[in-house]
Design a binder for this molecule. Structure first.
Ligand code: GDP
Ligand code: MG
Length: 435
């Protein structure tokens, strides 16, 4: 699903030129595509427009970075800015030693009740004494739904009664806490399908009684354009302190997260990743940035390549990738971490690799030994490695002829992979390049 957009951005990499500073034309051309990518990821159009304007201003005249070409530099800048806009690092809600009251708000179906259960499980596992409050009196079954979750987690639940006033709820909660000490109280509230003035009044009333230490807006990742309006309205009425983005396990690319975060400036604490109680993860801005751009972790790859200055990527011509290049590359890849992990960074590759695929250090060393036993002529032109040569190389490196055959076959496959990487950082790319 992400490949199509990844390819599109790769096309930009090819189209924008190879100068040492980014020009206005290059930036404009790239930004048109970036804006499309953002809109396709359901980022609100105002947010997308502002975002693109901000990055463009920074990008024009910027030096092309290290071993990257112009297109990669722009994509990296966009990616960095996205991470920044999404909040930089993963953030956590504030937790005092006691007296924590969290208020969960959001539209109906956003995942408030589910997330309340997930938070209870998460913080109970951290040793917190959690109490859930079922304050959604809107739908008859809503309080039971929370009770079921509370029982699963093994925490108590206080159910708000029909017709109870916010003052009464507060009094009951205080009485409950006197009997049974709890340091984290999470309040699940009612939602509506759309923003609704009466509901907002109700929420604001309960909030002013309970004085929560966190007011968390639960946003469905599939909300799309509307996410901006929802976040803005809730923030205006109940002053949000943070956000939770649910259903990140679905097809949604995360544009709602960017919209809600940009318009409120409030941190995104968690993402919901399944219907199960365990489906709660910290929100990682870098991952979501990649997802919004539709590039898998391609940017991580660009970045790591930049760090290790992986010159072997800049192969003379993608098809010319020979065994000497492979040797150079293997040695550089070893500096970058496990090869299996690296390959998985390439969009689509994780699906192409067999389950549990990994190339360990020892294996890389064996390949190194085998290639080292070849003459430079053989490495440059693997075609000449006939049966007799294979025997010699096998004996010389302490391996079998089958081992050598396998390496030669693997090299053929890698050649194909290099064609793909070559597109990212082709012969015209900035930097020394080989040959
Ligand atoms: P509420 O109306 O805001 O309380 O929403 P609920 O908690 O009742 O959730 C609505 C639906 O979304 C339910 O079917 C949940 O199982 C589902 N749901 C909630 N969070 C997630 C999530 O992170 N991933 C998935 N796949 N489903 C979720
Ligand atoms: Mg609910």
């Amino acid at each position: 699903m992400f490949e199509a957009l990844g390819n599109k951005l790769q096309d930009i990499l090819d189209r924008v030129g190879r100068e040492s500073k980014l020009t206005d034309t290059q930036v404009k051309a790239a930004m048109r595509e970036i804006r499309m990518a953002l809109l396709e990821a359901d980022v609100n159009f105002t947010v997308a427009k502002d975002f693109v304007a901000r990055v463009s201003e920074k990008a024009v005249g910027q030096d092309v970075l290290g071993s990257l070409n112009a297109g990669q530099t722009i994509v990296k800048m966009v990616h960095d800015e996205l991470i920044e806009t999404l909040g930089g690092q993963a953030a956590q809600p504030t937790l005092k030693t006691e007296g924590n009251v969290w208020f969960m708000v959001g539209l109906q179906g956003a995942g408030k009740t589910t997330s309340t259960g997930k938070l209870a499980a998460h913080y109970k596992a951290k040793g917190r004494r959690v109490l859930l409050v079922a304050a959604d009196t809107q739908r008859p079954a809503a309080r039971d739904q929370l009770e079921v979750l509370a029982n699963q987690v093994g925490v108590p639940v206080l159910k708000v009664a029909d017709g109870e006033t916010p003052q009464q709820t507060r009094a009951r909660l205080e009485a409950h806490l006197k009997e049974d000490f709890r340091d984290l109280v999470i309040v699940d509230t009612a939602g509506r399908l759309q923003i609704d003035a009466a509901l907002m009044d109700q929420l604001a009333d309960l909030q002013s009684q309970l004085q929560p230490s966190e007011t968390l807006l639960v946003v469905d990742a599939m909300t799309g354009q509307e996410a901006l309006n929802v976040a803005q309205t809730f923030d205006a009425r109940v002053n949000l302190s943070g956000l939770i983005i649910t259903k990140m396990d679905g097809d949604a690319r995360g544009g709602a997260a960017l919209s809600a975060r940009s318009v409120t400036g409030k941190p995104i604490y968690f993402s919901g990743t399944s219907e199960k109680l365990s489906g709660l993860e910290p929100f990682y801005p870098d991952r979501v940035a990649g997802r919004i751009l539709g590039m898998g972790d391609m940017l991580g790859l660009i970045e790591r390549a930049q760090q290790a200055d992986l010159k072997a990527m800049e192969v003379k011509k993608p098809g010319d990738f020979d065994l000497e290049d492979l040797l150079v590359q293997l040695r550089q890849i070893r500096k970058m971490g496990p090869l299996g992990d690296l390959l998985k960074l390439i969009p689509g590759m994780s699906r192409a690799l067999p389950e549990g695929f990994n190339v360990d250090e020892a294996q890389i060393q064996r390949i190194d030994a085998m290639i080292s036993s070849m003459t430079l002529k053989e490495r440059r032109n693997p075609k000449i490695i006939d049966g007799k040569r294979r025997k010699r190389i096998a004996a010389g490196s302490g391996h079998t002829v089958q081992d050598i055959n396998r390496i030669l076959k693997m090299h053929e496959q890698m050649k194909d992979m290099m064609k793909m990487l070559g597109r990212m950082s082709g012969p015209g790319g900035k930097g020394p390049g080989k040959g």
